[in-house]
Every structure is written in C-alpha cells, then in structure tokens.
Design a protein around this ligand. Structure first.
Ligand code: PFF
Length: 453
C-alpha cells in the first residue's frame, strides 16, 4: 500500500525551510566576495535587478510545478508532460543535487571547523590576513581536518533529513532560521559601531558604475540562480510538500525577500568590519576565511564575534544542504519505493563519498588538475555554472511554452485569488518574463560559462 506523502505542517514552516535552502554559503560567503570584487554598490544594484526579473519568475514556476504535481523533479515532469525529454531534465536536477551537495558539504565542514578553531582559541591572534591565510592553508591542507569536518557536516545533514519533512526539515528550520537572523543582527550592530565602518557602508551603497561590464552582469545573473536554489528542483521538491490552498506568488516573494535581505545584511556586517580594519574588500574567496579572522583578531571581544559568525555560516550551510539531499531522497522515495531512511543513508552515503575527492582537492589531490581545475573546481563548475542555469532555462521554457496556458494559470491562481483580483496583469507579465526575458538572459549566462561569449 502506498503511504500518504509527507507535507509541511504550515505555510510559515514552508517559507522558513525554503528560505533556509536559499540562504546559504551563497549569501554569506559568495555574495560578499563577488560584490567586493565587482565594485560593491553598482554590482549589488545589478544583482537586485537579476533577482527581480529572472529569479522571482523562475522561483514561482519551480514551486508551482512542485505544488501542482506533489512530486519530485522526475515525477513532476513525467506527470505534466509524459515525455522522455522532460523526464531527463528532472533527472538532471537530481544529478545536480548529488554534485552540489558533495562539494558544498566540504565548505560546510570548514565552517564547523572554524567554529571549533575559534573555541580552541586558534583564531584570535592574527596581526594581518597573511597570518590568517597561513592557518587556513594549514587547516584545509590537512586530510584529517578537511575530511573530518566534511564527515561531521554530512552526518548532521543526514540526521535531519532522515527525520522527515515536518519532524526534521521544518522543525530544524524553525529553530535555525531565527537564530541565524538574530546572530546577523548582533554582527551588524558590532560592525557598524566600529570606527571607520561608514566607508564599508559607502562601498555597499554608493555605486561606481565604471566597474560594471558584461562579465559582472553575467556573474550577477548566475549568482541569482545559485542563491535562490533554482534550476535543480530543490524549490520544486519543497513546493511539492505544499498545500494547494497556499499562495505560491506571495510565498515566492517572501523567500526572495528573506534571501536578499540576508545577503545584504551579511554584506553590511562584513564590509563595515573589513573597512574599519583597513583591509581589502576585493580579497576574493578568501575574504571570509582569511580576511575576517584578521578583522576579528583586531577587534575587542573578537573571539565571541568570530564564534557567532562561523556558527551563522554553519547554520546557513546546513539548511541549504538539507534541501539538496531532500531532492535526491524525494526521488528515490517517490519513484523507486525506497524508505526515507534507506534512501538518505545509501544515497547520502554515496554523495558523502563523492565529496571526499573534493576535500582532498585542497591537499593530496591539489596537483591533479584538468586544464587548471581541481576535482572540487570541476564539480562546482559543472553543477553551478552549467547544470543550474540549464535547469533554470528548461523550467522557464517548460512553464512558458510547453505547459498548457490554461492549466498553468489555473494552478497559479489557486490560493492567490486575491492577488489576481487586485493585479490581474500579473499573469501576463509573469508569462512574458518566462517566455522571453528569462530564456534569453539565461542562455547568455550559459554561453558565457561555456566560454563562447
Ligand atoms: N542557495 C544556496 C546558497 O545560496 O548557498 C545554494 C543552493 C542550495 C543551491 C540548494 C542549489 C540548491 F538546490
């Protein structure tokens, strides 16, 4: 006998879990450093536009496909199209989940490791970022440290997913997301009250348009996907546990709002502190693990803030990693009849193993490269720069062109009747973005990733 499919306990629970998926390393680690490298405020502005014109419409469409079919990505495309091509697109999402989680867990492990290093008192005596960088190199260069924290991070993710949609994902998000916001507020207060913080704020608010070019626009677009967890069925899967009475449009708007708010808040906390210490905002991927520990060392009570900061990152990473594993688990539970626990252990275990060469890419495998890219770089590139935009493109095309217009619109309106009464034009605008704007812009991002542009 088929069991009743799991579902969220409440709409609020869904919003927190979906915002938990969206808010991750992308917001706290990647967004600040790419904004720093691409000129600050002007980049933030372009990013906001990308979120509004691509991220928001595609997010609505992903959640809608999930809610309508109440299935995982493969089952959802099967139910709506019965076509092998679209089923394989759903399958690519499951593969992307597999790949992203494998390397995401390695960085997630670093954040846990940094919480530990702070508690051990190893992160408070730096005089400059070079010293902090040397420790970072030493830590990620150690096989036991890298693989050890990857293991701890992964075990936590599996533990939560095994407990189910309501008892695991929703419940943990309801605790972790408020804690995350609370920590971020404390860090902002600390950051902006430091002497010299205003230069950091100016960096985020006063645009230097000279820094914007085709390349930075494409970076902003690509990041809009990653940060909203789009293009691989994570939001589709979370949407599939939603009730048909819930409003998809306003839920999507709330998720976008929370994700953007938290990225900007992280930017404020980080840049005010970085500028107050006179350090380089364009330090790249090392901004968080090398520049920030030097910033914390120079500030009164820095250890406490360092502890809070890395805990914040660990929480953000965990709630995102959970959604990645859930895509894979949902597929095996829905389509292949696995139990949740069995699927989480067997396939989670395989993803964990695939993550080991990524952890080793920073030490024993660092010299094994293919056109300059380590194993970690290759998996990250294929999944984040190719599979996600491609998946997003397909989702836009499917909703805009393949799914029957009457069916899409009646699905979209269910639960959102009020919105369509006050703003009937929404339907047409949304479809134009999905049919034309999103596909054209996403194709440009893809061509850029492939080196064609
Ligand atoms: N949105 C997450 C972040 O910003 O870190 C990353 C992510 C999670 C991407 C889940 C894709 C996904 F399905």
């Amino acid at each position: 006998m088929r069991q009743i499919r799991e579902a969220w306990g409440s709409r609020f629970g869904f919003i927190l879990a979906a915002a938990g998926s969206a808010v991750g390393l992308g917001n706290i680690w990647k967004f600040p450093y790419i904004a720093g490298e691409n000129g600050g405020a002007a980049f933030v502005f372009v990013y906001l536009i990308c979120i509004a014109i691509i991220g928001f419409p595609v997010l609505i469409s992903e959640i809608l496909i999930g809610r309508t079919t109440q299935k995982n990505p493969v089952g959802a495309f099967d139910a709506l199209s019965h076509s092998k091509f679209w089923i394989s697109i759903g399958f690519l999402g499951v593969i992307a989940g597999f790949m992203i989680l494998s390397f995401y867990s390695v960085i997630g492990g670093w954040t846990l490791g940094y919480v530990g290093e702070t508690l051990a008192g190893n992160l408070s005596n730096f005089h400059n970022p070079e010293e902090a960088g040397a420790l970072f190199g030493q830590l990620v260069g150690s096989v036991t440290w890298g693989v050890g924290f990857h293991t701890l991070f992964f075990a936590t993710v599996m533990f939560i997913v095994i407990r189910g949609v309501q008892g695991g994902i929703e419940r943990s998000s309801k605790i972790m997301m408020p804690v995350l916001l609370f920590i971020l507020i404390i860090l902002i207060i600390r950051g902006v009250t430091l002497e010299g913080a205003s230069r950091g704020l100016a960096f985020l608010w006063v645009p230097d348009w000279g820094k914007i070019n085709g390349q930075s626009i494409l970076i902003a677009l690509g990041h809009a996907f990653f940060t909203l967890s789009l293009g691989m069925g994570a939001m589709l899967t979370y949407g599939s546990y939603m009730s048909k009475k819930d409003n998809v449009v306003s839920s999507a708007a709330q998720i976008v709002f929370l994700d953007t708010l938290i990225a900007i808040m992280a930017g404020v906390a980080i840049f005010s502190a970085v500028f107050a210490s006179g350090l380089d905002p364009a330090a790249g991927p090392g901004l968080i693990f090398q520049t920030l520990p030097a910033v914390f060392s120079s500030m009164p009570g820095g250890v406490y803030f360092s502890f809070l900061f890395f805990l914040l990152m660990a929480i953000a990473a965990l709630t995102s990693a959970i959604s990645l594993l859930e895509v894979v688990v949902a597929y095996f539970v829905d389509e292949r009849g696995w139990s949740r626990k069995g699927a989480a252990l067997v396939f989670g275990g395989s993803i964990y193993l695939l993550g080991i060469p990524s952890a080793l890419s920073f030490n024993v495998m660092s010299n094994m490269t293919l056109s300059g890219k380590t194993f970690f770089d290759i998996v990250d590139f294929l999944a984040s720069n190719i599979l996600l935009p491609f998946g997003g493109l397909m989702i836009a095309v499917f909703t805009g062109w393949i799914w029957s217009r009457t069916a899409v619109i009646s699905s979209l309106k269910a639960g959102a009747e009020h919105l369509f009464e006050v703003f009937p034009a929404f339907e047409g605008i949304w479809l134009v973005f999905l049919k034309f704007v999103a596909p054209i812009l996403i194709t440009l991002v893809l061509l850029n990733s492939l080196g064609v542009l």
